[in-house]
Design a protein around this ligand. Structure first.
Ligand code: PGA
Length: 252
């Protein structure tokens, strides 16, 4: 049920600057040094649009990939300030985050997210598709139905299961320091693996990663859940030290 790759994906949000390019070499070295026998580490940095060109040109290291954090749901048009999936691809990004809860709360609906996923796929980008329940939905025991709807409203059999990574990010966990209990997470991951495989009509399980307050202290708890194929890391991904400690402690 597990994937061949272990993803460590940084989401810089609206932070970061050119000088953080030094993080690339350090991450490359850390991902070679700390690994297990069965899985290959894949490190991705999803950075602000304005840094993509600089990072892609400067990085030199092939093992680290660069991604964007969003795109518009139309392929082109009069959308002031927006960026299309093709523009993201043209500037050299290989990955794209779609459906992050911060964008959902800014107006991204499941329908718009479906359009974005389609455009990202047409432009041959690897998609990091975020889903997750709010605290209120968790309290009212709607987690599984919310996740199922987010999946089935935005992906289907036309989605390439090898080009999509599903990121389970409970909204109540993002930036709060709170994470789900491991028995809850195990159940949710089993559910997501089976449900997404069915929706995608896939032969094998898609990669599913966890996001929300991942840090060097709690990452070892997640390593006991074999269904977790990696992490989407927000705050901690802006610190070279913290990001490397996450990779290292995961394999401890
Ligand atoms: P966090 O953010 O690690 O700071 O909680 C995760 C995310 O929003 O992707």
């Amino acid at each position: 049920m597990t994937n061949k790759l272990m993803f460590f994906i940084g989401n810089w949000k609206m932070y970061g600057e050119n000088s953080l390019i030094r993080i690339i070499k350090a991450l490359h070295e850390a991902s070679i040094k700390f690994k297990n026998k069965n899985k290959k580490n894949k490190v991705v940095l999803c950075i602000p649009y304005t840094l993509i060109n600089f990072f892609v040109k400067k990085k030199k290291i092939k093992s680290i990939s660069i991604g964007a954090q969003n795109c518009h749901h139309e392929s082109l048009g009069p959308f002031t300030g927006s960026i299309s999936a093709k523009m993201v691809k043209d500037v050299g990004a290989e990955y794209i985050i779609i459906g992050h809860s911060e964008n959902r709360s800014d107006g991204d609906t499941n329908k718009k997210i479906k359009m974005k996923i389609k455009l990202a796929q047409e432009n041959k980008l690897n998609i990091i598709f975020c889903i997750g329940e709010t605290l209120n939905e968790k309290k009212t025991k709607k987690t599984f139905s919310v996740l199922k709807k987010q999946l089935s409203d935005s992906i289907d059999k036309s989605t390439n299961s090898k080009k999509i990574i599903i990121a389970y990010e409970p909204v109540w966990s993002i930036g709060t320091g709170r994470t789900p209990k491991s028995n809850e997470l195990k159940k949710i991951f089993l559910f997501l693996k089976n449900t997404s495989k069915k929706i995608l009509h896939a032969k094998s399980y898609p990669a599913i990663i966890y996001g929300g307050s991942v840090n060097d202290k709690n990452v070892s708890i997640f390593s006991s859940i074999s269904e977790i194929d990696g992490f989407l890391i927000g705050g901690a991904s802006l610190s070279v030290k913290k990001f490397i400690a996450i990779i290292k402690n995961y394999y401890k």
